[in-house]
Design a protein around this ligand. Structure first.
Ligand code: SAM
Length: 170
């Protein structure tokens, strides 16, 4: 499967979809998409942006990462989101995610590094490079990019330290 293109029937999950920019892109390239976010506003904004032609291929769920029931998916994307899951819930959320990706399917996500400003927040989950790789035991990690820079976040000045991972389940 070309990982950028949906094929008829292919199922993607956008976990922590926010305003749905990536969901809209997935729909536009032919995927069926389940968009998940814990905030009603995020889901409402997304639904308001979906072109009529794509609506029948979108399902939304207002739910948290650790409680959402995920379908068998060919792709799970979680952009700048998963690390908002509290450490106490992360292993449950991660286990659901790993299980839900079909064999041959992909997961693309950002993980918070240990030098990120937000790594000090106890309600957020961070990893170092090795523990991020360990999350993908038994998978093929196709891209593993470490990003580190100072750049403002919505909340103000911030040091970013992220791992961007694309991995394929065997
Ligand atoms: C920074 S936004 C990222 C939005 C989008 N994925 C992007 O790349 O622009 C993070 C999103 O994760 C959602 N979120 C945070 N914690 C969550 C949780 N525990 N369960 C579900 N969604 C959560 C927030 O509501 C927010 O919409």
């Amino acid at each position: 499967m070309d990982r950028a293109q949906g094929e008829p029937g292919r199922m993607a999950v956008d976990l922590g979809c926010g305003d749905g920019t990536e969901t809209l892109q997935l729909l536009a390239t032919g995927w069926r998409v389940l968009a998940v976010d814990q905030e009603t506003d995020a889901i409402d904004r997304l639904v308001g942006r979906v072109p009529p032609v794509d609506r029948s291929r979108l399902t939304t769920k207002m739910a948290g990462f650790a409680s959402v029931q995920l379908p068998a998916a060919d792709l799970i994307y979680s952009g700048v989101s998963l690390f908002f899951c509290p450490p106490v819930d992360f292993s449950v959320a991660w286990s659901r995610i790993r299980t839900s990706v079909r064999s041959g399917g992909y997961l693309g996500a950002h993980f918070l590094g240990e030098r990120d400003t937000w790594a000090d927040f106890p309600e957020m989950t961070h990893h170092d490079a090795q523990s991020t790789r360990d999350l993908f035991a038994g998978w093929d990690v196709e891209e593993f990019v470490e990003v580190e820079h100072d750049r403002p976040a919505v909340s103000g000045p911030k040091h970013w330290h992220l791992f961007e991972v694309i991995a394929r389940k065997r």
